[in-house]
Design a binder for this molecule. Structure first.
Ligand code: ADP
Ligand code: ASP
Ligand code: MG
Length: 440
């Protein structure tokens, strides 16, 4: 069994969906195909939810109308027969009727999740209409039947494994399954999701659950590049990454992968391949258990970081101090990315500022607290990077003009992370591209 996940741009146009159908029917290996919403759809659904949350029904209605017009056009080019077109029209009508009804009922967090789920439901159902028109034998699976998260919003692989096996058992003789990325059920039985970009996570969880031969993530670029191609001009694809390297790159901001999507595949030792739908023959990136070559592989950046500094000459040396500090973050379910300590101060970074005020208030008895907003974490990732000769001198030589405010080195054998003001992010990525990869 093989998992093939296609992202938003890979299904965003009717002709792209046609290419996906070709890619998934190239060989006979049984497959579960995981689809994202058409590109742009989830952003619009977020905008609809935001407008409703703000009580602005007119704005929500406008977004819904624009999105519906987009789908009406999309299906005209997706299928050719009238029978298929009528089926597609019915699907579009049903989902937009739902969106129109929600304009009339009172808004809640649960309802916002229902709204967000419409994108993946539409893309998978429309794709199945196209497959049926082409005579491709397949089964549609609702991810809501097997993807679930626990009380901490975490997916439990063992639960997913059992439910997915039950779902698949209902379709004996079928070799091709199509399901939604991103969406799931929560402990209250409501529709929920795996956070933005979560279709990658679905693919990896499904791959681990069925012990797939490979988990292929098909997107709009030929694999993981050595630097963020949206920020730096010259970047190059990386052929092989270990699970650890890929997980660190994803966690530290390489947008091509959802931050936590590597662990399920890693747990069951399923290789992950990053491939390009527009260039299916390109090698892409293989992510696997065996270590790749030693040395620097890539640079990733994560924006929207807060740095919190706690200065306390009295308490820092006292045992138990760090535990008390960390407990405050634990209480507010806010995870810490980076920590540095000195004799008189401890600095931590967080990427979720939802409870910042409460956290700062609870830290105040420990010392003087300062907060820096608009910071960016820049991570240099590579196998055994800590043992790579001259890496630190090369890194800091490259960054002479950049105001680096924190450094983390040695916690992991696979990364060196620095904190810079977001205003200096582009400069930092460009300078490191030159200093570490010789690319300008
Ligand atoms: P999908 O919709 O297929 O999930 P995403 O937009 O989530 O695709 O991810 C692909 C994008 O990730 C690329 O178009 C690229 O701009 C961006 N990206 C950021 N960092 C990297 C990187 N290091 N290597 C490759 N792509 C990256
Ligand atoms: N459609 C969702 C998003 O845009 C999930 C995904 O594409 O991975 O975030
Ligand atoms: Mg993505």
């Amino acid at each position: 069994m093989k998992i093939m996940k296609f992202g938003g741009t890979s299904v965003g146009k009717p002709e792209r969906m046609h290419s996906v159908a070709q890619l998934i029917t190239k060989d006979q290996e049984p497959k579960i195909v995981v689809l994202s919403a058409l590109s742009g759809t989830t952003n619009t659904l977020v905008a609809i939810g935001d407008a409703l949350a703000a009580g602005n029904r007119d704005a929500a209605k406008q977004h819904i109308d624009t999105l519906e017009a987009h789908y009406q056009e999309f299906i005209k080019q997706l299928v050719t027969t009238d029978a298929a077109y009528q089926k597609a029209r019915k699907i579009v009508a049903e989902h937009f009727e739902f969106l129109t009804i929600i304009l009339k009922i009172s808004f809640s967090d649960a309802l916002s999740k229902d709204i967000l789920a419409q994108g993946e439901l539409l893309s998978t159902k429309l794709f199945c209409v196209y497959l049926e028109e082409k005579g491709v034998s397949h089964a549609y699976l609702s991810a809501l039947d097997f993807m679930s998260i626990d009380a901490n919003d975490e997916p439990q692989l063992s639960v997913i494994k059992t439910k997915l096996a039950q779902t698949l058992a209902q379709h004996a003789g079928i070799n091709l399954f199509v399901t939604q990325g991103y969406i799931c059920k929560n402990v209250r039985g409501e529709v929920d999701n795996l956070k933005r970009g979560g279709s990658d996570y679905t693919a990896s969880l499904v791959a681990a659950a069925v012990n797939a031969s490979v988990c292929e993530i098909w997107t709009d670029i030929d694999g993981m590049h050595n630097n963020d191609p949206r920020v730096v001009k010259k970047t190059m694809p990386i052929e092989v990454l270990s699970f650890e390297e890929a997980a660190e790159l994803a966690y530290f901001g390489a947008k091509i992968l959802h931050p936590t999507c590597i662990w399920p595949a890693q747990q069951e030792n399923v290789p992950v391949k990053l491939l390009n739908t527009m260039q299916p023959d390109a090698a892409g990136t293989t992510i696997r258990k065996e270590a790749s070559s030693v040395g620097v592989k890539a640079i990733a950046a994560k924006d929207g970081i807060y740095a919190i500094n706690i200065k306390s000459s009295r308490m820092l040396l006292a045992y138990g101090f760090l535990r008390k500090v960390f407990e405050v973050f634990e209480k507010y379910k806010t995870s810490i990315d980076m920590v540095t300590t000195s004799e008189v101060a401890v600095s931590v970074t967080i990427d979720n500022g939802q409870f910042l005020q409460q956290i700062v208030k609870e830290l105040e008895p420990f010392g003087t607290i300062t907060v820096e907003e608009n910071q960016t974490l820049v991570s240099v990732v590579g196998n055994e990077i800590a043992q790579t000769q001259n890496i630190l001198s090369k890194l800091f030589d490259s960054l002479k003009e950049v105001p680096v405010s924190m450094v983390s080195y040695g916690g992991s054998k696979h990364n060196v992370t620095i904190l810079v003001p977001s205003a200096n992010k582009t400069q930092t990525l460009q300078l490191l591209n030159k200093g570490l990869f010789g690319l300008e």
